[in-house]
Design a protein around this ligand. Structure first.
Ligand code: ZN
Length: 436
């Protein structure tokens, strides 16, 4: 039996996470984090119901055992056991008999996509409801319907997980993905899968920065994390919110709120070199946890990497966002892009030319024509570019972009020049989080 490809392994992990009934609190998130914790070291944080997170409050914990509607003919429909999307997330418990007209007030459908089940939540308004295909809802006959929602809303806690990979520097890169959606493959499962595998890769060798990978419910979860970590935010040098990474659309970078942070320069540089169809879009206050992380009170240098943009794909928040939309190939491509982004963040170093008056004589230092690699001419050019640009302000990523030479060649040239005493690395500047 041949080993499965990295993309197939990613997809297999997504298949484990997809069936779990998640919400912003409850055992679905805990089960999810336990599975992620089998792969990477994860610290689990529980934030009690009623805790304040800035202008928000952690709600009661919601858990669900089962839910269904029994039709007048005795058949069951909208059964939770058939699809997690059938129940409106945070539905309160109920056991009642209602007529069709009353039932319809609690049914949610998508008339424009009559075969799909929509995804609906009601975190902050107490109600109950079912989601089903418009076609099934239209076919309901008049009569008495028995509705059962076996759920609980009780004081408990909100759960988030965090994996920290230490680096040489005290500065950190934060990576955020949301973990609150039930049985939606691209919007949720793909982000968790990629973030898990990226964390495992990050921990596999020494790094310049510390990496903090956070798996939290959207909005209230990231606000709880921000509240618990507010004192340490100045250590954040770069950040990315990641999700929606398995669909067929090209990789898309959404800029930080200010749009001019280092991450806004480095990620588009990597994507440009990877895929000419990749996109860069400006910040907007709609989307995922970048809304909280970039809010003016935190103003973190955090961008976002996705493929599709928010609701910009037809399967968004419907039962069609399933494991067939997310492909091994796209998952693997997304993970590879993130590895290259990390490499570029780590290599984005500034040097000073220690022999800046004229060109240093490379021959007498054994550097002229001495380099290996497939193209000695390119290696020579890389050296000249690094020497000419190393004024303490221009980073290796900038030099690679200007010279149109691979970052790896620029980095190799800098390493050799530094070993020959011709370059000196600039210290990492102070964390930029609070600069204005
Ligand atoms: Zn969503």
């Amino acid at each position: 039996m041949s080993a499965s490809s990295p993309g197939e392994q990613l997809h297999a992990f997504a298949e484990r996470l997809y069936p779990i009934c998640r919400s912003i609190t409850g055992n679905g998130v805990r089960r999810t984090l336990r599975i992620i914790g089998e792969r990477i070291p994860l610290s689990i944080n529980e934030v009690p119901s009623g805790s304040e997170a800035f202008d928000w409050e952690v709600p009661l914990e919601w858990n669900i055992e089962d839910a269904w509607i029994e039709a007048p003919d005795g058949n069951r429909l909208a059964e939770l056991g058939r699809h997690n999307l059938h129940i409106v997330s945070y539905s309160e418990p109920i056991r009642a008999t209602v007529d069709l007209a009353a039932l319809r007030h609690h049914l949610h459908t998508l008339p424009a996509k009559p075969d799909l089940i929509p995804y609906r939540t009601s975190y902050y308004r107490r109600q109950w409801g079912f989601c089903l295909s418009h076609r099934d809802a239209e076919a309901l006959e008049p009569g008495k319907y028995h509705v059962v929602v076996e759920s609980s809303l009780a004081p408990g806690s909100l759960t988030y997980g965090e994996c920290f990979v230490p680096g040489r520097s005290t500065q950190e890169v934060v990576l955020f993905t949301h973990v609150c959606h039930p049985s939606l493959a691209n919007d949720n499962t793909s982000g968790m899968t990629i973030a898990t595998e990226l964390a495992a890769w990050l921990a596999s060798e020494p790094r310049r920065f510390g990496y903090r990978i956070v798996f939290a419910p959207g909005t209230i979860g990231s606000l709880c994390w921000l509240r618990n970590n507010e004192h340490g935010l100045k250590r954040i040098r770069h950040g990315l919110v990641i999700g929606l990474l398995g669909d067929p659309q090209p990789l898309t970078y959404k800029q930080s709120r200010r749009g001019n942070r280092d991450v806004d320069r480095i990620v588009p540089f990597v994507l440009r070199n990877l895929d000419a169809s990749s996109r860069v879009i400006p910040f907007e206050p709609y989307g995922y946890d970048e809304r909280q992380l970039c809010s003016p009170g935190f103003d973190l240098p955090v961008g976002r990497l996705t493929r599709a943009v928010n609701d910009g794909y037809p399967e968004y928040h419907t039962s069609a966002d399933d494991l067939s939309l997310v492909t091994p190939g796209k998952l693997e491509e997304s993970l590879e892009a993130l590895k290259q982004i990390v490499t570029a963040l780590e290599d984005d170093v500034r040097y000073i030319n220690m022999c800046p008056k004229g060109e240093p004589q490379l021959g007498k230092r054994g550097l002229y024509g001495s380099m290996g690699g497939s193209s000695p001419a390119d290696a020579q050019r890389a050296m000249l570019w690094v020497l000419s640009q190393s004024d303490g302000h221009t980073s290796l990523v900038d030099i690679s972009a200007k010279a149109d030479l691979p970052l790896a060649s620029i980095k190799q040239a800098a390493t050799q020049l530094e070993a020959a005493g011709l370059l000196k690395q600039q210290e990492d500047p102070a964390p930029p989080a609070n600069e204005q």
